[in-house]
Design a protein around this ligand. Sequence first.
Ligand code: F0G
Length: 354
Amino acid sequence: MSMMPGVIDRYREHLPVTDATPAVSLGEGSTPLVRSQSISDSLGCKDLYFKLEGCNPTGSFKDRGMVMAIAKALEAGKKRIICASTGNTSAAAAAYGARYQLETLVLVPAGEIALGKLAQAMAYGARILAVNGSFDDALTAVREIVEIMDIELVNSVNPYRIEGQKTGAFEIVDELGEAPDLLCIPVGNAGNITAYWKGFTEYQSMGKSETTPKMMGFQAAGAAPIVRGEPVLKPETIATAIRIGNPASWEKAEAARDESEGMIDMVEDSEIVDAYLRLAREEGIFCEPASAASVAGLIKLPELGVDLTGKTVVCILTGNGLKDPGTAEKRALVELEYVEPDIDSVMKLLNSGK
Ligand code: F0G
């Protein structure tokens, strides 16, 4: 066990846990809620916070739901788990699978997984099937496989994933003392927006908050089926984590949007990259491109007619920037300055007016 309580221990009474549920944890949850230093002022919000889900044990929010799915799989005596993934779910499944001796099978779109995520699945020892197709194709295959094999499905269509993931909403309310006005969140397969909405509404019905936030979901423009109102056959975006054309929780995401009087909109890759670099350079926060879609969306809200004045806003930064070193290398446009390791050479370079 980790010294920090994981999400099952911290929120046991709000989760489907029985005496028979094993104590599963890698120390997930309890992630930092960091106040904005710079972006907030430029938007005129009252308060803007970033929830750093990249601080979870495998570097993304997926650990919250995975820990619950794994606990229930163990409780049911399962020996094997399977998922389709754009990378983060597979990293989380592989980590918890390794820790609890579950054979782990992951299906990923070939050639479209960020390097850090693939490295994780490899290191944790999962069996990795790289499929010739999209995430959506991989998920369709997985749903067929679980019909005929004795293997636990740990994608977010597994309701225990949503249960665990809703703890992110609990943490925000516990820390702020009230729900924020707006929650900005990237949308891919749409499990996370579904889970946050469930968490906020549960907390409100228990009297832990008076209000619920407007749910502001953002898809990448090249992979925006919910915004466009139809599946996208060939989704394309730099934010590979949310390169998804037919989200499994489509209707639940729409319900979260409508019930909260929020919106689901889309952001261009250029806007994602701008937000990604602003977060790194103005806030000191390195998240992955998909995560920056939440902030890119927030930055666009005034143009879309949403007044941010006086509002408390939380952006969910779903994954760590280290997941995708290739994008940083390509998009930061920083060149290394090569130099001999002596004071004269360094001073000469520094004084050369660059
Ligand atoms: N941000 C990151 C970093 C993700 O990895 C994902 C989804 C999302 C946002 C979107 O969350 O799917 O619940 O709407 N990643 C999944 C995966 C699809 O396989 O790792 P969602």
